[in-house]
Ligand binder design. Structure first.
Ligand code: 5AD
Ligand code: FES
Length: 327
């Protein structure tokens, strides 16, 4: 599919049903009917960056900030593995408290458990990424957010899109399964730039792609902006499945925030992964990237049972494997 075809599909509502059905069929043929669960540990909400859309940006002094200790992170991980998770995702703001040694200690501690490990901790140096890999990290998530340089620069004060690209290519080079993705519905974002985002996923040969609608947070410069469109985000996701048939694609939490059945709709439109939160309930409300996140008061055990029930109800099953990309 070329750029113009992608733009045409994104702009044409009459193609939606065809698109979702086709992506679902390609998902079925290439990665099968099993759904991979990744247990998400949100271990620090402290962030040095200023992303204009994100509720955890450092200028927001209304958030109560927290950091989990190494021991708390390891016990959260043990609990998740005991619940049956075969992949864990360590996510945080860009928090320099966790220096290279501390991260490597956490990574090697978790890798003693029976689990694959994904990191989602932002832009680091090549040497850092190399050290994490050596300690056992398998995968890394770093959304490009948008490939539109002007928009990227405006959204991320003090950051550069060149460094973002550089980080992603470094991760690939180091042998990580590399995840990226974008936001859909940022103020001033165009359909053309969403097509370029999809083409970038292909250029990188991303192993995972997470796509979510933008949701305005009241303590950010975009407090008065409108929500991103759920269906447009779903279309970007479905096109990504068609263009990269064998990758892992999550049904994102932001989709469920805008549509009460969002994750199930996504699983039937190309997605094959869900990332339930396994962080303790006391921390969840503080990790407010955007408002009205789902499952804020639900214990990890509850989410696990809930999502399993929903997945089974559409005739799909939960994978017992680590869920690496199928080649
Ligand atoms: N709405 C939706 N998603 C957001 N993210 C950050 N802020 C928002 C928001 N306001 C997403 C970014 C980031 C991921 C962890 O959360 O894409 O990569
Ligand atoms: Fe958390 Fe449904 S996934 S309660």
């Amino acid at each position: 599919m070329n750029r113009q075809e992608i733009i045409d599909i994104l702009s044409d509502k009459t193609k939606n049903d065809w698109l979702f059905k086709t992506a679902n069929q390609i998902r079925h043929e290439n990665v099968g009917d099993e759904v991979h669960l990744r247990g998400l540990i949100e271990f620090s909400n402290i962030c040095k960056r200023q992303c204009k859309y994100c509720g955890l940006r450092s200028a927001n002094n209304k958030v109560e900030r927290y950091r989990l200790s190494v021991n708390e992170i390891l016990s959260t991980a043990k609990n998740a593995v005991a619940m049956g998770y075969k992949t864990l995702v360590l996510q945080s703001g860009e928090d320099d408290y966790y220096d290279t040694d501390k991260m490597c200690e956490i990574i090697s501690g978790i890798k003693k458990l029976d689990t694959a490990l994904t990191l989602s901790i932002g832009e680091k140096t090549y040497e850092d990424y190399k050290a994490y890999k050596k300690s056992g990290a398998d995968r890394y998530l770093l959304r490009i957010e948008t490939t539109d340089k002007k928009l990227y620069t405006n959204m991320h004060p003090g950051a550069s899109i060149e460094n973002r690209f550089n980080c992603l290519f470094n991760l690939k080079k180091l042998g990580y399964e590399t995840g990226t993705g974008c936001l859909v519905g940022l103020p001033d974002q165009t359909i053309e730039s969403l097509a370029d985002d999809i083409l970038f996923f292909k250029e990188l040969d991303a192993d995972m792609v997470g796509i979510g609608p933008f949701i305005p947070h009241k303590e950010t410069p975009f407090k008065d902006a409108g929500n991103g469109d759920f269906w447009l985000a779903l279309k970007v996701m479905a096109l990504t499945r068609i263009i990269l048939p064998n990758i892992n694609i999550p049904a994102t939490t932001a989709m469920e925030t805008l549509n009460p059945n969002g994750r199930i709709i996504a699983l039937q439109s190309g997605a094959n992964v869900v990332m339930p939160n396994v962080t303790g309930v006391e921390y969840r409300p503080k990790y407010e990237i955007y408002p009205n996140k789902i499952c804020l008061n639900d214990a990890p055990e509850k989410c696990r049972g809930c999502i399993e029930g929903k997945i089974n109800s559409i005739g799909r099953s939960i994978s017992r494997k680590y869920g690496f990309r199928k080649h």
